[in-house]
Design a protein around this ligand. Structure first.
Ligand code: B3K
Ligand code: ZN
Length: 909
């Protein structure tokens, strides 16, 4: 789709317009004279013309750069020697071998975008992905230009004692005048988006680690002084990551030194710069006092993710940004597998899978059905930063997972090995990855490309026919996919559907699939097969199972084998049966979610604005079946605690909203609350028992089992809090006062804040004063209040006036503003439209500070067309207000323009 908006500064970029660069870069030598007000950057680039093209024009991208001088092969160039096109330099008629000397000056302390070179807490940091290097110097800043870098850093020694860049430290010393220098050399060729430097007052935890091959490497975690008591978990996670990549994929750390640096001002989670990963403090700093179990798990996953990029992203990189999922989808898949392998237990793995699928359904499915829908390999963009999305990351990971499901673990590994054998040191495409998987396994994966080219979530409908006389089960699977912007008609996807059939006792039947090769199904010689991956490649297909002696209950899409919405006409009783018996832990959970959603949707219809949640509960559907199934789960000691916790958690308000044709946020909130209260009343003794049984004596440990106990105990507390009576007030207060770790502390505070407990205000105040010096904990304090049920727009405005609040720090902005707009739907979508007007104000304010963060917030109204007319009107007004703002960044402009674009009438399928 072309965005024709007069405000647009930059043109839409199209995937099909890719052309190879006219010049490659061999080496880059940079010298930085670091100063917060004026930093001078001298860059020498050696280029060689790409003789596969006829082009003699060198294109150097620049973004808000001040050029001091430009010299080509020793000759100073004047304004007539180059053209300035949208801030980029075009040097026509250049020779085949070129040395360019470029001097630029930067103003790091003025840089609030947090792209390029910027200052955080008095230290220097860089962020170059995707196109931030062009904010440092003029350069062919595109990922298919890979070069070797040498970097000289010079700065005041007292203010910036630590000077870091990619690769190895070659030399360091004093310069006189209180200044010093450090010279870094990265032995590997890399694209400019992986460049990084850090300078300032930092300290590190350091360890020597022996690789499997026997080589010793230096591992460092750098933080601000005072935070060294919070680095051990990140260090442990890094060592686990190194070990795992050696074992699972045979991939070794290629550097002698690997550094992680934490920074408090950061646009996203972390960045995989070669040898110098820069992290949001949120994904590094942890100790039991400040970090929750979820924080510990996230740190492990993000440390793993960035480390795994060293091969999937850095050694083999993307040809162009349309291929972003080549590295991101693959690396998310790798970090998911890493976390699952570290948990180890079957139910723990299932919980990890459930968590990942929840993220996908809650965030990616709505994206895929909304105005920003794009395929895993998009066709166009206005601003690439808008495409670091759940589609590229999480759906991309599901696409990678499907290769493993189709080819098996060994087949997948063969594909990975071939991918590295073919492409190490290259910038390649998603098709290259698919070809490696296909060729290594002798498989035709042509149709699989549609997962990359077509947007939208496929809908699969299953039907089962049992023929008692013939003893056959016919499973008919049909697929459709709704139109997405710019893609009216879709072709069938290749969908792996893992299935099992349960007999009346709840046991898996042995599967014999008609027409399948003997090794894939049961024969007299092989051991019984209880789960099979069916390959749905057409719009509709039937699969026949033979020798089926009784009518089974099907277990479909086991372990969520494909990112689709699968519908089957289960009865309530069948769902309760699957909840109790399915051998597939994912589907056991799924059955509970289906049943709960069914009740919740029925209840949404009964809630009206003039009834309280209590009255609704009284008038509501009979949920006995669900309640009894949950009672069985809650008390089943054979199930892991974390698994019981996820089963007891009802679908979120966003999930319920997505299941409705028209979203009614207040009714959804009322219905969910009513069901929670009904569960609390019915299961009160079991919740109290679970609470007591899962208290842990002794020091805090972040391991999966202990975390599972705390999760189950705290979900019990949150249900009991629905009763809002004196005993639970006391229980929560007691937990708050006695907790020795942040998980229990925050859970107790959350329980207090959402009740009428007399101590709730005092607890909030004491929490603040206790943790005033810990920014990450103060973020939690804002988030908890932003998402509290009683918090309305007025309360958020009040919190914004708190001295600790600032829009300039992305974590803080996210903790309050994003948490309210995305995590408190019934208040954000207040009928009077006050939430929407507030949202517009904040998007506009953020737009002039940090376009990337602003554009993320701008996404909160993506689904505005799914609301009732009155709410649509206030959302549209808010969107228009943003659209009419002067000096709108391309980031925000793209999101708002797409949201306001009228979708084409649905094509009939
Ligand atoms: N590759 C970075 C993301 C960069 C985002 C640029 N807007 C982090 C990651 O995915 O590991
Ligand atoms: Zn990544």
């Amino acid at each position: 789709m072309r965005i024709d908006n007069p405000q647009s500064q930059a043109p839409t970029i199209y995937r099909e317009q890719y052309t190879p660069p006219a010049y490659f870069v061999d080496t880059v030598d940079m010298g930085f004279d670091l100063d917060q007000v004026t930093t001078r950057v001298a860059t020498r680039i050696k280029l060689t013309r790409n003789d596969a093209t006829d082009d003699h024009t060198i294109i150097l991208f620049g973004d808000e750069l001040k050029l001091v001088s430009l010299t080509m092969n020793g000759t100073l160039l004047g304004k007539r020697d180059y053209e300035l096109v949208d801030g980029n330099l075009h040097i026509p008629g250049a020779p085949d071998q070129v040395t360019l000397d470029i001097e630029t000056v930067l103003a790091p302390s003025q840089n609030t975008s947090l792209m390029g070179l910027y200052v955080s807490s008095g230290n220097f940091f860089t962020q170059c992905e995707a196109e931030g290097f062009r904010k440092i110097t003029f350069f062919p800043d595109r990922p298919d230009v890979m070069a070797k870098y040498t970097v000289m850093l010079r700065a005041d020694k007292a203010a910036y004692p630590v000077l870091l860049s990619n690769g190895n430290l070659i030399e360091e010393g004093d310069l006189g005048d209180g200044r010093h220098y450090a010279l870094w050399e990265d032995p590997f060729k890399k694209p400019s988006y992986l460049f990084a430097l850090v300078a300032g007052k930092l300290v590190c935890q350091e360890e020597t680690y022996r690789l499997q091959s026997g080589r010793d490497v230096q591992l460092q975690v750098w933080v601000e002084p005072g935070n060294l008591d919070k680095t051990q978990h990140a260090m442990d996670s890094l060592k686990n990551s190194i070990r795992w990549d050696e074992k699972r994929f045979g991939l070794e750390l290629d550097l002698d030194r690997f550094m992680i640096v934490a920074v408090g001002d950061f646009n996203m989670g972390a960045m995989e710069n070669k040898g110098l990963n820069i992290f949001n403090t949120k994904f590094v700093l942890a100790n039991p006092r400040i970090a929750t179990d979820i924080d510990y798990a996230n740190i492990e996953a993000v440390v793993g993710h960035e480390y795994f990029h060293n091969w999937t992203g850095n050694r083999v990189t993307c040809r162009d940004w349309f291929q972003l999922s080549l590295k991101e989808g693959l690396t998310v898949f790798r970090d998911q597998e890493f976390s699952a392998d570290l948990i180890g237990s079957t139910s723990g793995r299932a919980v990890k899978r459930i968590d990942d699928v929840r993220v996908l359904r809650q965030n990616q499915f709505p994206e895929d059905a909304g105005p920003m829908a794009h395929s895993v390999r998009p066709d166009s963009y206005l601003e690439i930063n808008n495409f670091y999305t759940v589609t590229i990351y999480e759906k991309g990971a599901e696409v990678v997972r499907m290769y493993q499901t189709l080819l098996g673990r060994d087949g997948f590994r063969k594909g990975m090995d071939l991918y590295f054998a073919r492409h190490d040191g290259q910038a390649v495409t998603c098709n290259d990855f698919r070809a490696a998987m296909a060729d290594a396994n002798g498989r035709d994966l042509t149709q699989f490309e549609r997962w990359y080219s077509q947007a939208g979530t496929p809908a699969v409908t299953a039907r089962m026919d049992y023929d008692a006389a013939a003893k056959t089960v016919t499973l008919t699977l049909a697929q459709t996919c709704a139109p997405s912007p710019g893609q009216e008609d879709k072709l069938p996807f290749a969908i792996p559907v893992a299935v099992g059939l349960l007999d009346n006792a709840g046991k898996d039947m042995a599967l014999v699939l008609q027409g399948a090769p003997a090794e894939r199904t049961n024969s007299k010689r092989s051991k019984p097969v209880h789960s099979l991956v069916l390959e749905l490649t057409e719009a509709e297909q039937s699969f026949i199972f033979t020798g089926v002696t009784e009518k089974p209950v099907p277990s479909l899409l086991r372990d969520f084998s494909a990112p689709v919405v699968l519908t089957f006409d289960y009865s309530d009783t069948e769902l309760a049966f699957l909840m109790g018996h399915d051998s597939d832990a994912f589907n056991r959970w799924e059955a509970g979610q289906r049943l709960a959603t069914r009740y919740l949707l029925a209840m949404v219809g009964t809630v009206s604005a003039d009834k309280t949640a209590d009255q609704t509960a009284a008038a509501t559907v009979d949920a006995t079946l669900l309640i009894e199934a949950l009672r069985t789960t809650l008390t089943d000691q054979s199930l892991g605690q974390s698994y019981r916790e996820v089963i007891l958690t009802l679908p979120s308000e966003t999930m319920i909203a997505e299941a409705l044709p028209v979203i009614a946020p207040q009714a959804i909130h009322g219905a969910r609350q009513a069901l929670r209260r009904a569960l609390a009343q019915a299961l009160q003794p079991e919740f109290i028992a679970a609470y007591s049984a899962n208290r842990i004596d002794g020091a805090y440990q972040p391991d999966a089992e202990s975390a599972g106990k705390r999760a189950l105990k705290n979900v019990a507390l949150s249900y009991l809090a629905e009763l809002d009576d004196a005993p639970v007030h006391t229980l929560a207060q007691l937990q708050y006062d006695s907790a020795d770790n942040m998980t229990d502390r925050l859970a107790a505070l959350g329980a207090l804040v959402n009740t009428s407990a007399p101590g709730r205000q005092a607890a909030l105040a004491s929490f603040y004063s206790e943790f005033e010096a810990e920014p990450l904990v103060i973020d939690k304090w804002f988030t908890l209040q932003a998402m509290a049920r009683s918090t309305d727009v007025a309360t958020v405005r009040e919190l914004m006036r708190h001295p600790a609040f600032t829009l300039k720090n992305p974590n803080r902005a996210r903790s309050l503003i994003f948490s309210f707009c995305n995590g408190n739907p019934s208040q954000f979508h207040a009928i009077d439209g006050s939430g929407h007007a507030f949202w517009a104000e904040q998007v506009i304010a953020l737009n002039s500070i940090n376009p990337q963060v602003a554009a993320r917030l701008a996404r909160s109204l993506d689904r505005w067309r799914k609301y009732p007319p009155a709410q649509q009107a206030s959302m549209q007004e808010a969107l228009r207000k943003v659209a009419d703002t002067a000096a709108l960044s391309n980031d925000v402009l793209e999101v708002i323009t797409k949201a306001l674009t009228e979708p084409k009438a649905k094509a009939s399928l």
